[in-house]
Write a protein that binds this ligand. Structure first.
Ligand code: IMP
Ligand code: MG
Length: 387
């Protein structure tokens, strides 16, 4: 049993977020001790209500304790001679935190919406905890009212996979509200096109809405970063496609000087060969697409690849590129795009940092990235999380 568990765990570890798993484990204890699976709701409402009140208090206390662990971790981070925090000992993969997280308040908010403490059969889940963490992050940024930049992923965050941001998209008025408050917006997407017209096709709903708005302020507040961190365009009312390329000198970070044509070609050659190996090994029904700053595989219209095929390909390619000399010279991102696999030069952490730099050096604690891919491997938004 133990061996079986270990094997499963080792194989699936890339699909887990260790901090969320840790919190889930802590909440499982009061759930096991307090839940009332045998009580019939109508007959014994009082017992269920008592359970909910007690579970709420215990869950809230645990969230407060985790909140304190994170504050202690931040104190370690800031120390001139950082040592390993208790949280780092408990969750070795945990990264740096830009802000503290009011987890207890966020839990109370989510418990009001989702009745987590009232559940008798389903323990606090990965999803519950993910939502609590998201709520806490937003609460923290609002509480300190420090937010200066919000970056959004495209596919599966602002619009459905492979679709476009059309003018009826409910995110548009919300993004405009943020912009009116002086918050800068970046669309940081893996979709990598060298020409602004292609981004207009994908994002025209938002770009047209900004153009129709009469706020002068909005004019210098919106950029699109394509190919994760490779092509930057700024909103302009003066072009039919509402975007113009930003000269590289205005946004590229010093480290990006190593992203020479030679290094890029060498990395993409290794990635392409690895993808082709996967195609022949698993007889994948796909085509290879080589671009200026990316290489990927995708199936013909109507064909769906299985999750296993996609994940296996990502993990194999990632490992091969990581071990190659080319992969040690410049950063890259191999990810599962839902029905395709791409390897891009750079990643979204560079994309977000370049947006911060372009807008005059916005700090990490004043930025928020909103995305859909936060698993630890095979996901591109994950790269934005500080390491
Ligand atoms: P995102 O969710 O906005 O980051 O977009 C991810 C999707 O963009 C992928 O699933 C691909 O289908 C698509 N895509 C188009 N061009 C590229 C590219 O050059 N690199 C990576 N993904 C791309
Ligand atoms: Mg996405």
């Amino acid at each position: 049993m133990t061996t079986r568990y270990r094997v499963e765990y080792a194989l699936k570890t890339h699909r887990r977020d260790q901090l969320i798993e840790f919190v889930k484990g802590l909440l499982a204890v009061p759930f096991v001790l307090l839940s009332q699976p045998t009580v019939i709701y109508e007959k014994d409402k009082a017992a269920v209500a008592t359970m909910a009140t007690t579970a709420n208090a215990r869950y809230a206390q645990i969230m407060k304790d985790v909140e304190d662990l994170i504050n202690d971790h931040i104190a370690h981070q800031k120390s001139p001679h950082p040592t390993v925090s208790k949280l780092k000992m408990l969750v070795p993969s945990v990264g740096n935190f830009f802000t503290s997280l009011p987890l207890q308040a966020a839990f109370e908010r989510q418990d009001r919406d989702r009745f987590i403490s009232s559940r008798r059969f389903v323990a606090p889940s990965f999803n519950d905890i993910r939502l609590i963490l998201n709520t806490a992050q937003v609460m923290s940024l609002v509480r300190d009212s420090k937010l200066e930049l919000v970056t959004f992923d495209g596919d599966v965050t602002l619009y459905d996979d492979g679709k476009s941001l059309t003018d009826d998209n409910p995110c548009i008025p919300r993004i405009l509200t943020l912009m009116r408050k002086g918050i800068r917006i970046g669309i940081v997407t893996a979709a990598g096109y060298t020409e602004p017209e292609m981004y207009y096709e994908r994002l025209h709903g938002l770009l047209d809405a900004v153009a129709a708005s009469d706020f002068q302020k909005l004019k210098h507040s919106l950029v699109v970063m394509g190919g994760e961190s490779n092509f930057l365009f700024a909103y302009t009312p003066n072009s039919p496609c509402k975007l113009e390329p930003v000269p590289e000198a205005d946004w590229q970070l010093p480290e990006m000087r190593d992203w020479t044509e030679e290094n890029v070609t060498a990395l993409l050659d290794v990635a392409e060969a690895a993808l082709k190996d996967c195609i022949s090994c698993m007889r994948l029904p796909v085509q290879v697409l080589r671009k200026k700053r990316a290489v990927g595989i995708f199936p013909s219209k109507g064909v769906r690849l299985s999750r296993e095929q996609l994940e296996e390909t990502v993990l194999v390619v990632q490992r091969i590129v990581e071990m190659s000399p080319a992969g040690k010279r410049i950063p890259f991102c191999a990810f599962n795009g839902g029905n395709d696999v791409f390897v891009d030069i750079g990643d979204k952490s560079w994309g977000v940092m370049a947006c911060q730099q372009y807008f005059g050096g916005i700090e990490g604690s004043k930025s928020l990235h909103v995305g859909d891919q936060f698993l630890s491997a095979g996901a591109n938004d994950f790269k934005v999380s500080p390491l």
